[in-house]
Design a protein around this ligand. Structure first.
Ligand SMILES: [Zn+2]
Length: 286
């Protein structure tokens, strides 16, 4: 048995040197934050990441495994419509054809969020993208194709992974609330009164994209599709979810994308009937 083990070890040692590189190298831009101990979460949610085993067995064999525990809505992730609509599709109801290789556009509002006023940088923290903003973008870049995906860049990514800055928290830090199973215990979920400030979509933008442009999905580089100050009624989430549009949040690297001319690949972790899931999001330039 021991001889067999050493024979396997020899095979493995020689095989690692023979590792082939991918044929598709450099074709994709990764729009995903790496998941780790610094990952920013929604207030009150926790996310843990730990080493389960990492080292040599007494026989000299290497073995490594890590574990993680997270919300469906942590790090770069997809919201299924069910997240904000009782009759909306759950994660596993979304057809793969809608998630894979779909034409997408990127709307950049960095300059609307970050302005120079008398030579000083002023950040409009809760700036909301409106229907007019989108029409203005279309007049420069051409119409948003029906059935596409829209990504919104606010420039908030430079704050990652500083949780306070990324959430736009202003109040002094208090003890983190204890993690509970509140949703399971109490369906009258309490929201609102959150110290959150970051840009988002407004309801007119959501209505325009969902109904007139019939987009399949939308995305943003901040914690939520809705601006931080709208985290009581979540108007954009409600409009999108009611019309079956899925949402991507905490998308990374949007500054690397052109306004048009790329397709999106969204590969969520397959959580059965999920309200959402962490996802690998990739852009393929045409
Ligand atoms: Zn979410």
């Amino acid at each position: 048995m021991k001889a067999f083990f050493w024979a396997i070890l020899l095979l493995v040692a020689t095989a690692t040197a023979d590792h082939k590189s991918s044929k598709n190298k450099n074709k994709f831009i990764d729009l995903t934050h790496a998941f780790n101990n610094e990952t920013v979460t929604w207030p009150g949610r926790t996310s843990t990441f730990n080493v389960e085993i990492e080292g040599y067995t007494p026989d000299g064999m290497w073995i490594a495994s890590r574990g993680f525990c997270t919300s469906e809505h942590t790090s770069t992730h997809i919201d299924s419509p069910y997240h904000f609509h009782k009759n909306g599709r759950r994660l596993t109801d979304i057809p793969l054809e809608d998630l894979i290789d779909t034409p997408a556009v990127m709307i950049d509002i960095y300059d609307k969020v970050h302005r120079l006023v008398n030579g000083e940088l002023k950040v409009i923290e809760n700036y909301v993208l409106t229907r007019e903003d989108i029409i203005e973008w279309e007049s420069k870049n051409g119409g948003i194709p029906q059935g596409s995906i829209v990504l919104l860049r606010t420039g908030w990514e430079s704050r990652w992974p500083n949780a306070r800055a990324f959430r736009g928290e202003h109040k002094p830090t208090t003890e983190a609330p204890e993690e509970t199973n509140e949703i399971r215990k109490n369906p009258e979920v309490k929201v609102g009164d959150l110290d959150l400030n970051f840009p988002g979509y407004d309801a007119t933008a959501a209505q325009y994209l969902a109904s007139e442009k019939q987009v399949l999905g939308v995305g943003i580089d901040v914690l939520s599709i809705d601006a931080g100050a709208n985290s009581r009624f979540f108007p954009a989430h409600q409009v999108f979810a009611a019309r079956g549009v899925w949402m991507l949040e905490m998308v990374a690297n949007l500054h690397l994308l052109p306004p048009k001319g790329f397709n999106l690949w969204v590969v969520p972790f397959k959580i059965d009937r999920g309200t959402g899931a962490p996802a690998r999001v990739l852009a393929k330039l045409n």
